[in-house]
Ligand binder design. Structure first.
Ligand code: SF4
Ligand code: SF4
Length: 448
């Protein structure tokens, strides 16, 4: 099978050996769940429950004040009693309102929706089911799935790409998701294709997962409901799992500056999201648990786990998360390139938590910044063809127009430029703050 790729990018140490090939181990109900009521990109939710309420697993506990398009509800991941509703630190390091549920037997069992046949219901019914199931992209950004699957009529889509690239070091949860139930994954992909009316799909994986090709091809042979589904291997190179890189590698097209995947006729979804979609229809199950990788040099139990949303790291039993505190220097939610470092172990697993990486001093290797030597390595590495050095100069000199012209808003925050920078300049952190400054400036101008 030919291996496809994109231009530029970096080869990172993969560090996946400790968990590669390991199936998910299920975390049974923890003693509590701390569930952030806002876990999506869009309008904020309000709590639908009060302290003292009994809630059932799967019950909706938060939704938008005015449920509009960019809203996604949140559900109880365990049955129990609401003990607190209070701000807690979330995996993005911001304080956010959380519903704290203490585990307890509650009459009635799970509170799932009735099953729904995705292939006989209307498109509106299917999109409403996906929203009601609280589905967001599980690969990282938390974007509402029902919005992504409903592009405007002037953006015709002809290809669905299922992202199984998993290019971040350490992470092996997509691989475990594919192994867990390839038939369910293909069913979820068929549902995506039914809703979007697209006839062709490609499942893209880095070539370090070549052993999964026959697994997927066997599932495709079983049933594709008449859709054209193929598997493509992609070069193991970072950031191969970025939407723009996947599209370029598979179709040769480039997402235009300021554009979206739909501008190239593509919709990209993560493999874990496809499985969650299938479960929302077949079982009526909302997004209340997920798979993730726990790994890193300070993790004595590297494995892939399947845990209720809202489980705190500190509540994971030692067989799932045994921490070597002597060695621990940094806790990362997500992958080490695009994830966020968190300040403690009292942070909950969220809908977009693909991994928890416990890093040692050697793995994190912090260096002091030195002045830019204008070597151009960051430019030669950027897979989005931006000029990181010029973005940085623009931001440092308060020249926001210059930073935007050099590509600030097209930056996917992959961190490749910072990884290769010999001056160890914290480019990606600057760009994140720069984007926040830009949005604040735009908002202030809009108010004038
Ligand atoms: S890689 Fe670093 S030192 Fe080289 S040009 Fe870019 S910012 Fe400057
Ligand atoms: S400028 Fe942005 S997109 Fe380009 S390498 Fe740096 S972080 Fe990645």
């Amino acid at each position: 099978m030919a291996v496809k790729t994109f231009k530029r990018g970096v080869h990172l140490p993969e560090r996946k050996d400790a968990t590669a090939g390991k199936p998910y181990e299920h975390v049974s109900s923890p003693k509590q769940a701390v569930i952030p009521i806002n876990q999506h990109f869009g309008a904020p939710n309000k709590s639908l429950v009060a302290v003292g309420d009994k809630v059932r697993r799967g019950q909706k506990i938060a939704d938008a004040v005015n449920p509009g398009p960019m809203t996604v509800p949140v559900h109880a991941s365990i049955s129990g009693v609401v003990k607190k509703i209070e701000p807690r630190t979330q995996s993005n390091n911001l304080e956010g309102l959380c519903v704290v549920i203490e585990a307890a037997e509650v009459e009635g069992g799970d509170d799932f929706m009735p099953p729904l046949d995705a292939f006989s219901c209307t498109k509106d019914e299917a999109l409403a089911r996906i929203r009601e199931a609280g589905l967001v992209g599980m690969g990282g950004a938390g974007f509402p799935v029902h919005i992504k699957l409903n592009p405007p009529p002037n953006k015709p889509i002809d290809l669905v790409i299922l992202d199984g690239a998993e290019c971040e070091p350490y992470l092996t949860t997509d691989e475990a998701a594919i192994r867990r139930n390839p038939a369910l994954l293909i069913e979820g992909l068929c549902i995506i294709m039914k809703i979007t009316g697209v006839k062709r799909a490609v499942i893209g994986m880095e070539d370090n997962k070549a052993s999964l090709v026959p697994v997927l091809e066997d599932a495709i042979k079983e049933s594709t409901r008449g859709f054209d589904i193929t598997v493509e291997l992609l070069k193991s190179k970072y950031p191969q799992g970025g939407e723009k890189m996947l599209i370029t590698a598979i179709t040769g097209k480039q997402v235009p500056s300021g554009g979206l995947p739909m501008d190239t006729g593509c919709i990209v979804q993560n493999v874990g999201t496809a499985i969650a979609i299938a479960e929302a229809f077949q079982l009526g199950k909302p997004l209340i648990e997920r798979g993730l990788t726990v790994s890193g040099g300070a993790c004595k139990t590297p494995k892939n786990i399947y845990a209720p949303i809202g489980t705190l790291i500190s509540d994971l039993p030692p067989e799932f998360m045994d921490i070597d505190y002597e060695k621990l220097r940094k806790i990362i939610f997500g992958g080490p390139m695009m994830g966020s470092a968190v300040p403690s172990i009292n942070i909950p697993i969220q809908k977009n938590t693909s991994g928890i990486i416990l890093m040692t001093a050697k793995e994190t290797a912090e260096f002091a910044e030195t002045p830019c030597i204008r070597c151009g390595r960051c430019i030669r590495t950027c897979a989005c063809w931006l000029s990181p050095v010029m973005i940085n100069i623009g931001l440092n000199s308060d020249d926001m127009d210059g930073a935007v012209k050099a590509g600030l808003l097209d930056c996917i925050e992959c961190g490749s430029c910072a990884f290769v920078c010999p001056a160890r300049i914290k480019l990606v952190q600057r760009f994140r703050v720069g984007k926040q400054r830009f949005r604040a400036q735009q908002a202030a101008q809009a108010k004038k």
